[in-house]
Design a protein around this ligand. Sequence first.
Ligand code: ACO
Length: 373
Amino acid sequence: MADKPTKGLADVVAASTALSDIDGKAGRLFYRGYDIHDLAGRTTFEETAHLLQHGSLPSRDQLAAYGAELVRGRTLGGLVASNIPEIAAKQEPMEALRTLVSLAGADDADKDSNAADANLRKAARLTAQQPLLVALYHAARTGATIPDPDPELSIAANFLLQITGRTPSQREVEIFDTCLVLHADHTMNASTFAARVCAATLSDMHSAIVAAIGTLKGPLHGGANEQVMRTLEAIDPSGVAQTVRDKLAAGEKIMGFGHRVYKTEDPRATHLRKMSRELGEASGDDTYYRMSKEMEEVVFAEKGLYPNVDFYAATVYHYLGIPTDLFTPVFSVSRMSGWTAHVIEQHADNRLIRPDSEYIGERDQKWKPIDER
Ligand code: ACO
């Protein structure tokens, strides 16, 4: 007979990884041993993706080679490119990305190989294509024409330009790039676990990423950043404290708060709070930042809960001009670097992931023919 399960697998160690590590009590996060506070604002997203996928922060030559691979890798295959307009008309953003990544898998030259070199090539292509898929989806549904990505610009700069239709300031690019760095990997979060379960059957990288995207979509995971903005938009700025108290009294969860692992401030929220404040003040209307700050104080006073990565990411993306329903897709643009690195790691030292379950159903049922039931 199986043991009692740990609901939600809390505290269960489900995999070994050299990619990221969290100290939930101290509120610390590391990518391959580097403190997130040392990486944020000093290391680009491209360098971070190289760190996760290839195992080291790149030298200048390695970064140039990886950057060139990313530029080559964003060329979309015919199947995915030709289907974007119809998908944009029929599917919500995260549903569309799930479909588009699946189609991109059919176009991928390495689709039939899980070998280490093929996985590295696919990881670069997926990382390069995800921001473009979001931008092309948004352009298709709005009827906008967007510029081709500029090979001289970073992923962050190209994405902001394509999504907002205006050239972002250098500071906006730096801030968005830091957001991508902060969201790149996070140990055994739900979407990464989903990707590893899929990869552990020796299924291919695109299948694992499709599983991850479907998992990130949920409001208890990546979908929370969109819900944070919708909550802020729905609240009267003068009634923040009362609305939060009413929601809590009604047993509602406040999106963007709480975390399975952090028992103190999420170190990513520390950076996002500062960037939200800076962008809010620069915009001339920091109402949403001030509302967020008040929400944070009330939720802490009432429940002792801290904001997670999704809370201040919402207002940062809002101030950068990103449409609210693209917040979770933006998360996927960044997390693609971590997901793909986890698939590489899983395939390199694989065993099928197949836990046990506790049976709680009926026993000793007596079978009856259909007319006697
Ligand atoms: N608002 C109000 N109460 C909360 C919240 C919240 N955001 N989060 C947790 N709680 C309360 C629960 O109601 C529960 O209280 P109880 O013991 O009195 O019933 C207690 O704290 C424990 O909560 P659980 O949901 O059991 O904690 P768990 O570890 O399973 O969930 C989670 C973590 C999903 C992040 C949770 O805090 C939550 O739902 N937060 C809101 C959604 C969110 O922001 N998700 C993004 C997480 S970060 C990420 O995925 C990128």
